[in-house]
Design a binder for this molecule. Structure first.
Ligand SMILES: NC(=O)c1ccc[n+]([C@@H]2O[C@H](COP(=O)([O-])OP(=O)(O)OC[C@H]3O[C@@H](n4cnc5c(N)ncnc54)[C@H](O)[C@@H]3O)[C@@H](O)[C@H]2O)c1
Ligand SMILES: CC(C)[C@H](C(=O)O)[C@@H](O)C(=O)O
Ligand SMILES: [Mg+2]
Length: 365
């Protein structure tokens, strides 16, 4: 199969982990006889430096013309510490999500058994946790009207959702629940927020269309608590943009690390695949970033955008095999991990390629 992929590595460790994600795609293509061609595009701080714009028009054009996008991260400390900056790297990411209509952000929380010890949550609570988040991605307080009063002493952001926006993401979540354990938890703040009351109303109205799905509603504060107290009670979680952003960083502790969580942003056009983590200034340039989130994002691309299920499963199996063999990056190592099994970004990438080669030999005839 021929596919054209745009690689938008962005900033910080985005560059480091995306290089490894791409190597994995190359290895899959070679093994299965696919032809993947690549282009690169700028975003975030890198794009501001080069063009003054966090999302150059060319990046949108290239992205729209591609079959899928492998994305890294955006962000730079210069802007994090300057609240008055008018142009910011993050505008690039929000802009591309909006420009491509990527309203559904799928964030699977998969705990590899080997990483039970890497989490600070007790293993007996965690074992078998498997959650799929549907985070709405192009609405909410992120995109509602925002501003300052004339004297600049008052600021506002508007949390806003339309029935249509809630319905289309909820439908995706219900459909996914039908293929999984048939439980859907919708998370909102309907005891306080009007936009959440609409959210709940829409989900309640759709529930009878899916009689086999057990639907529950939780408030965001309680959901944040339950996620850590009893992660296995969740199957599909449906929520808005801001709540989903926060809950999934929290959920990374179920999987062991931010460096383990992949995501797929999908909608009406080209899908974008990215780790949920950011540019991680604290470890940028040290060669220690965990590339597994990028690799697992590449696996989601193979599955969702290209329909290459076997290839995607093989990538996940290769990750599993590397972890079973005892290899760790620093973020997922525990006190028992021998020093020589703690790998840097590139070395972990090489391990996955090695595992992929052997897994593939067993499976491909
Ligand atoms: N999708 C994105 O592009 C995205 C997401 C979140 C944050 N950001 C941006 O990234 C910058 C840094 O934000 P932050 O520090 O709040 O969040 P972050 O996700 O970059 O990092 C949070 C913590 O997790 C660790 N971490 C993250 N990814 C890791 C990996 N692959 N391997 C090992 N450790 C990893 C970091 O070292 C850090 O301690 C900010 O400018 C922020 O706006 C971008
Ligand atoms: C960088 C930021 C705009 C982004 C978000 O809030 O969506 C990030 O935190 C994410 O989770 O992808
Ligand atoms: Mg986030």
């Amino acid at each position: 199969m021929k596919k054209h992929i745009v690689v938008i590595a962005g900033d910080g460790i985005g560059q480091e982990v995306t290089a490894v994600g791409k190597q994995v795609l190359d290895a899959v293509a070679q093994k299965y006889g696919h032809e993947f061609t690549y282009d690169t595009a700028l975003i975030g701080h890198a794009a501001i430096e080069a063009t003054g714009n966090p999302l150059p028009e060319e990046t949108i054009t290239k992205s729209k013309a591609s079959d899928a996008i492998l994305f890294g991260a955006v962000g730079h400390p210069k802007y994090d510490n300057d609240p008055s900056a008018k142009v910011r790297p993050e505008q690039g990411l929000l802009g591309i999500r909006k420009a491509l209509g990527l309203y559904a952000n799928l964030r699977p929380i998969k705990l590899f058994d080997e990483l039970l010890g890497a989490s600070s949550i007790r293993p007996e609570i965690l074992k078998g946790a498997d959650i799929l988040f549907f985070r709405e991605l192009t609405g909410d307080v992120y995109f509602g009207e925002k501003g300052r009063s004339d004297d600049r002493d008052t600021a506002y952001d508007t949390m806003i959702y339309s029935r249509y926006e809630v319905e289309r993401i909820a439908r995706k979540a219900f459909e996914a629940a039908m293929t999984r354990r048939r439980r859907l938890c919708s998370v909102d703040k309907a005891n306080v927020l009007e936009s959440s009351r609409l959210w709940r109303e829409v989900v309640q109205a759709m529930a009878p269309e899916y009689p086999d799905v057990v639907v529950e509603h939780q408030f965001i504060d309680a959901a944040a608590m339950l996620l850590i107290k009893d992660p296995r009670r969740f199957d599909v979680v449906l929520t808005g943009n801001l709540f989903g952003d926060i809950l999934t960083d929290e959920a990374s502790q179920i999987a062991g690390s931010m460096g383990m969580l992949a995501s797929a942003s999908i909608g009406d056009t080209t899908g974008l695949y990215e780790p949920i983590h950011g540019s991680a200034h604290d470890i940028t340039g040290k060669g220690v970033a965990n590339p597994l989130a990028s690799i697992l994002s590449a696996a989601l691309m193979l599955d969702i955008s290209f329909g290459m299920k076997a290839e995607a499963e093989e990538v996940v199996s290769a990750v599993d095999a590397a972890l079973k063999a005892g290899y760790r990056t620093r973020d997922i190592a525990d006190a028992d991990t021998p020093d020589d099994m703690i790998l840097g970004t590139e070395a972990m990438g090489s391990q996955i390629l090695t595992q992929l080669a052997s897994v593939a030999e067993n499976q491909v005839v």
